[in-house]
Design a protein around this ligand. Structure first.
Ligand code: ZN
Length: 139
């Protein structure tokens, strides 16, 4: 059995962002030379997510509005976590609901996706260097 590991790095210009990383993941599968197996992709930070959904701008706007409705960034003093001197309590909550990771089957050297599935990095407390782990096992 082969095993492959790679980190993808991000530094978003805005506090929140949604980035389609599907082509980066496909590149990792090629580099791994694994044809049949399982791919895990997870955010390595507790204020960002990796999730699968549709690559559609309106939907990303809907995610943004929905998450801000559930856990608005401001006022910062609304959250007990921010009493520590941080201002990112909302980002921890957004990450929890959007998830830490995705697991995808690799079949014939490709992501074994349904028709509209794409992999996204969801940033909720950006403007600094953060990373995502890609691990692939198989043959
Ligand atoms: Zn925090």
């Amino acid at each position: 059995m082969k095993s492959f590991r790679k980190e993808l790095w991000f530094n978003t210009k805005s506090r929140r962002d949604y980035i389609n990383i599907t082509s980066e993941i496909e590149k990792a599968i090629k580099e791994s030379e694994i044809k049949e197996g399982i791919l895990l992709c997870n955010a390595m930070h507790i204020t960002s997510s990796v999730f699968i959904n549709d690559d559609e701008k309106g939907l990303h706007n809907d995610f943004e509005n929905w998450l801000e409705g559930l856990a608005p960034e401001k006022p910062y003093d609304k959250y007990r976590h921010n009493n520590t001197g941080e201002d990112n309590a909302d980002a921890h909550l957004k990450r929890s609901i959007m998830g830490r990771e995705v697991v995808v089957a690799v079949t014939g050297g490709k992501l074994d996706f349904g028709p509209w599935e794409q992999i996204f990095y969801g940033e909720f407390d950006g403007k600094r260097r953060k990373r995502v782990l890609v691990k692939i096992i198989g043959e």
